[in-house]
Design a protein around this ligand. Structure first.
Ligand SMILES: [Zn+2]
Length: 376
């Protein structure tokens, strides 16, 4: 197995790409979907179950882990992989986005962000240097630059100022990360929905040089239409021979549209969070398992799905355990949703390799337009 981080493109179809990221901890097939393991667990799932769905890599959240149980404790216990019993690649975010959305009493300066923990009120500071240190203590395979971004819509001045600060932080992140063979550092493009600012950001990042590049500052309230409009030009500003990651996205149709525009990696809490609230993703759209129509339905959630929820249980059972608030409800629906996402990604990869991405996309939308199976 390789001891270095590398990326190889295997095929393209229009702007859509399929390939492979190689790391010392394993290979990541792209386009890839990363389940989110916020607090060193993908909620309601055993790590081996997450792997069984087809996930090659997980995402961990710096902000949550630095507050509890702390990066220093995880380091003492042998690192995040050992701590959570996941030996494959892990990508960690920088903490920047979650500090701005979750922490109390935030203060943003050139140096970094000071804030109070939402867990116990303790005071902390995150800087590019501290974020790199935490991600190293965790043992993350793919480290993200520390950055900051406004919710959209925002005025141009605010977007520009924030992007330029993030680019200065990107240079500091690169410097602090140093030379760590086998580990990757990704830069994050900012610039909101303004094309020339996206270009300025991409140029800065390319000048610094990273192992991969994220399109940041999207999925922050702008809606799919604006997101796609930005993705029509933003990924093409980033190096072609490095992976491109769209952070925090998304719904199945968001992912399909982003792959079509040149994105290789995704993460989102949607499949796991929805699993806990009774929402199941299927080829024919979202099924709300709590609806009374499922109470007597002996059929599987999705007859074409091979996950445990669909192959071993009925809609009636899934409805019952959700209504009864049984733990197995979250377990089965999360497994199903993560399985659905990974099957979708495999379908996308196969379609790109076969040069039939457009046909795959048309079939995807046609199946969803049918809606759920008729009630009995
Ligand atoms: Zn299933």
């Amino acid at each position: 197995m390789t001891q270095r981080f590398s990326f190889a493109l295997h095929a393209t179809d229009g702007k859509a790409r399929t390939g492979m990221i190689s790391t010392p901890r394993g290979e990541i097939r792209t386009p890839a979907f990363m389940p989110v393991g916020t607090a060193a667990t993908v909620k309601a799932m055993m790590p081996e179950s997450v792997r069984a769905t087809g996930a090659d890599i997980l995402l961990g959240n710096t902000y949550h882990l630095m507050l509890r149980p702390t990066a220093e404790r995880i380091d003492r216990l042998g690192g995040l992989h050992k701590f959570m019993n996941w030996d494959r690649p892990i990508l960690t975010d920088s903490g920047g986005f979650q500090v701005m959305s979750l922490a109390d009493l935030r203060k943003l300066t050139e140096e970094g962000v000071t804030f109070r923990s939402h867990v116990d009120g303790s005071r902390h500071m995150l800087t590019p240097e501290r974020s790199m240190e935490i991600q190293k203590l965790l043992g993350s395979d793919i480290v993200m630059c520390f950055d900051e971004c406004p919710a959209l819509p925002a005025p141009r001045e605010r977007i520009a100022e924030s992007m330029r600060l993030s680019m200065r932080w990107a240079a500091r992140s690169r410097e602090a990360f140093g030379d760590r063979p086998g580990h990757a550092l990704f830069g994050i493009q900012q610039g909101g929905d303004i094309e020339d600012l996206r270009g300025e950001s991409a140029e800065k990042l390319r000048g610094i040089g990273f192992d991969g590049y994220a399109v940041g500052g999207l999925a922050v309230g702008e809606g799919q239409e604006i997101m796609f409009k930005v993705l029509d030009y933003a990924p093409g500003m980033l190096p072609e021979d490095k992976p491109r990651y769209l952070m925090g996205v998304g719904k199945p149709d968001d992912i399909l549209g982003a792959v079509k525009r040149g994105i290789d990696m995704f993460d989102c809490v949607l499949p796991s969070r929805s699993g806990r609230t009774g929402q199941a993703f299927t080829r024919r759209g979202v099924v709300n398992i709590k609806n009374a129509r499922h109470a007597d339905d002996p059929r599987p959630l999705d007859e074409s799905c091979s996950c445990p929820a669909c192959s071993q249980y009925s809609r009636a059972y899934l409805h019952h355990v959700f209504r009864s608030q049984e733990i197995i409800s979250s377990m089965l629906l999360t497994w199903h949703n993560l399985h659905y996402y990974q099957v979708l990604m495999q379908g996308i990869r196969d379609a790109i390799a076969a040069g039939r991405f457009d046909a795959f996309e048309a079939e995807f939308h046609a199946a969803r337009a049918m809606g759920d199976i008729e009630p009995l």
